[in-house]
Design a protein around this ligand. Sequence first.
Ligand SMILES: [Zn+2]
Length: 344
Amino acid sequence: MIQKELRQLIEDIPKAEVHYHIDSVPPHLLLRFAERNKVKLPFDTLEGAKEYYKFKDLDEFLEVLQLTCSVIQTEEDYYEIALDSGREAKQQNIIYREAMFTYANDSHQGRGVAFETLMDGFSAGRKAVKEQYGVDLRFIAELDRTQSFERNMAAAKMYLEHKERFPLVAIGYDYAEMGYPACRHEEVFRYIKEHGMDRTAHCGEEVGPESVWESIRCQDVYRLDHGVRSIEEEKLIDYLVGKEMLLTVCPISNVLVGAYPSIQEHPVHDLMKRGVKVCLNSDDPAFFGLNLIDNFIQVADVFELTEADVIGLVRNALLYNFSGQEHLETIDNWLRSHNKEQYI
Ligand SMILES: [Zn+2]
């Protein structure tokens, strides 16, 4: 059982979340948008929506994601999604969030939504989130692994054109890992790098170390989203430790999509013990119904984390994110004012 003091620390400490999909719409927004945009859904109550959000594996999850994305249509919808994300972040004392979205597939672009619609809605939402909640919301535009080279190259060019106006902090890589090796898009990622944009990739979740090596080799990523199956190869772990490469780990998400049978069997603690830089994240809280604090509490409980472990996980997300260490001072000041400066 997690100690009361540790639970309080997890709740109160200013946090960052850098692996969070903002286009996974929470059920209450889904119903509102469906009504406003006259989209017929296979359910019409909050309970019905929650039931529909239950899935058995990553593929089924991606199917649900496609349907839920179909209700997002106007600039106002995107604005409200961002605003809701800020409100929810504030409740958890999250001060900085890197929010991912995947535009260039059937989720948004394929439905005929203009990139400007998404971008203007999210940008206005980001501004309101800063003003109303004091949360710094940044965006990572994702490329879909399963798409063709041509489509991803076109998407990368479009993202890069809008990088200042948005603002984007990185381009990421997402969707079904099995059967879609990262090196298919090597040239796209070289182009992104040449244009001065940071890169990250989902890998090492469905597929083992070879997929992580591909993202390192062919995408020259700064960090790894998930990357948890790196634990299966000693040499890879040594590499990650040596490079201080961050793994944005999402334990509850991994268990819910069936990558691991339980938190007990999840490698997050082994990765920490091996010295890999790890931070915790919720991934798709709208679907999983569990947020960043829930991830901290479950991991702390199962692996009997210490105060130092928890603070280390929190600081990693502020040390190795895509905005430099802009928000590190906030948490370090908080630690000083709570007599915990020994962890700085
Ligand atoms: Zn993810």
